[in-house]
Design a binder for this molecule. Structure first.
Ligand code: SF4
Length: 182
């Protein structure tokens, strides 16, 4: 069965497939261009995203916007989503069974959007999408080509908030990501 993007969004917005549906305020469907060259995937919505129903609206979103601006991109040109679409209580990591329940939505988003590059934001997304043993501090900014798509990972913007030294390295990773578009 094939579904449209709007149908997928409706499924997410009414989903009760895992226990996060009981504690969330709003599911947070991905957002951005529906023909993006770059798909960014983080682990889960945070507090402000849970309130607004929009990805990356909080302080991490400001960091992400700064990184996008650094390479001349805007949110309208890219697509932003999460491995799990509902906010885990107290910002804990999404549990494996929650990721398992939610991952079909991300797979279908990827299938519909057909990005050239998938950028994992942080360890959890990278371990889910690239490989279970992924080590973000060693491997960020490196690329892998799988199923006609470039895969890479960068530090999560919240890690940059905690340790601003990571900003420079991440800007360089973003420069490498943009180079892959040409
Ligand atoms: S996290 Fe995903 S699977 Fe769980 S309720 Fe939300 S949308 Fe459904």
């Amino acid at each position: 069965m094939m579904y449209s993007y709007e149908e997928l969004k409706a499924f997410v917005n009414s989903c009760t497939k895992c226990p996060l549906s009981q504690t969330r305020n709003k599911p947070v469907m991905g957002r951005g261009s529906l023909k993006p060259q770059i798909l960014f995937v983080a682990e889960a919505p945070g507090n402000s995203e849970d309130r607004d129903g929009i990805p990356f609206t909080g302080r991490s979103g400001k960091i992400l916007d700064e990184l996008l601006k650094h390479v001349g991109l805007s949110r309208e040109e890219i697509y932003l989503t999460n491995v799990v679409k509902c906010h885990p209580p107290n910002n804990r990591d999404p549990r494996p069974e929650e990721q398992e329940a939610c991952i079909p939505y991300l797979k279908y988003e990827t299938y519909l959007l057909k990005p050239k590059i998938i950028v994992c934001l942080g360890r959890i997304a990278a371990q889910r999408i690239i490989s279970p043993g992924y080590r973000i501090s060693r491997e960020h900014g490196t690329f892998l080509y799988r199923k006609d798509t470039w895969l890479t990972a960068v530090y999560h913007p919240s890690a940059i908030l905690r340790d601003p030294v990571k900003m420079e390295e991440t800007k360089q990773d973003f420069e490498r990501i943009v180079e892959k578009l040409f």
